[in-house]
Design a protein around this ligand. Structure first.
Ligand code: GRF
Length: 204
C-alpha cells in the first residue's frame, strides 16, 4: 500500500484546487499536508496562495531550459527537494515527464469524465459535443494525456445556456471537493493499483 502524507502540488493558474488542499490540511486529522507548491510560470494566483499559507514555492519555466528533457529533469529535481509521498497536478498545464513519473505517484485532476474529452479543453469539448452530463475525474498520471488509471469521478449536469465559463465553475466546485476527499483518503488509508483499477484502503 502506498501512503500520501507529504504533498507537492503543481499549478499553472488560479489554484483554487490547491487552496482546497491547503484548507483541508490545516486540520492534522486530514492526514496529508502541502509541503511545497511548484509552477511552470510566475505571477500566478496559485503561487500567491502558497505564499499566504507560508508554504515553500518553486518555479521551473520550460523556456529556461535547452529542451523539454532538461526541463523534465529539473522539475523532478525541484520536486525531490521536498521528499513528497504524492505529487498532485492541480491545474498544471504541462505534461509531466518520465523523471517525475518514475520517482513519485502523480495524481491529476481533469474537468471532464474521462476517457471522454481529454486534453487542455475538456469543458469546451464536452459542451461542443452537446453532452447533457459531464463532470470531473481524478486519476493517476501516466505518460499519456489524461490516460492514467481513474481514481474517482463525479458528475455535473449541463444546463441550458451554459457556456464554458459557467460550466467550468460548477465543475470546479465538485472537483475541489472530490480532490480533497480522495487525497485525504489516499493519505489515511493508502492505495493500491491493479492494472487500471485503483483501490483506496481495504488492503493490508
Ligand atoms: C481545473 O478544472 C483543472 O482540472 C483544470 O484547470 C482547472 C484548474 O483550476 N486543468 P484551479 O487553478 O485549481 O483553480
Amino acid at each position: 500500500m502506498s501512503k500520501a502524507g507529504r504533498l507537492v502540488v503543481l499549478v499553472s493558474g488560479s489554484g483554487t484546487n490547491l487552496q482546497a488542499l491547503l484548507d483541508a490540511s490545516a486540520d492534522a486529522a486530514y492526514g496529508a499536508r502541502v509541503v511545497a507548491v511548484g509552477a511552470d510560470r510566475d505571477g500566478i494566483e496559485g503561487l500567491s496562495r502558497a505564499e499566504r499559507a507560508q508554504v515553500p514555492t518553486f518555479v521551473e519555466k520550460l523556456r529556461d531550459h535547452p529542451d523539454r528533457r532538461a526541463w523534465d529533469k529539473a522539475l523532478a529535481a525541484r520536486i525531490a527537494e521536498h521528499e513528497p509521498d504524492l505529487v498532485v497536478s492541480a491545474g498544471f498545464m504541462k505534461i509531466i515527464g518520465a523523471p517525475t513519473l518514475e520517482a513519485y505517484p502523480v495524481l491529476n485532476t481533469h474537468p471532464a469524465l474521462l476517457p471522454s474529452f481529454p486534453g487542455a479543453h475538456g469543458v469546451r469539448d464536452a459542451l461542443a459535443h452537446g453532452v447533457k452530463v459531464t463532470g470531473c475525474t481524478v486519476m493517476l498520471a501516466d505518460a499519456g494525456v489524461d490516460t492514467g488509471p481513474i481514481v474517482a469521478q463525479e458528475t455535473v449536469r449541463v444546463l441550458d445556456g451554459d457556456d464554458e465559463a459557467t460550466l467550468h465553475e460548477r465543475i470546479k466546485t465538485v472537483e475541489r471537493e472530490l480532490l480533497v476527499d480522495i487525497v485525504g483518503r489516499m493519505a489515511r488509508e493508502g492505495w493500491a493499483v491493479n492494472g487500471r483499477t485503483v483501490i483506496i484502503g481495504g488492503a493490508s
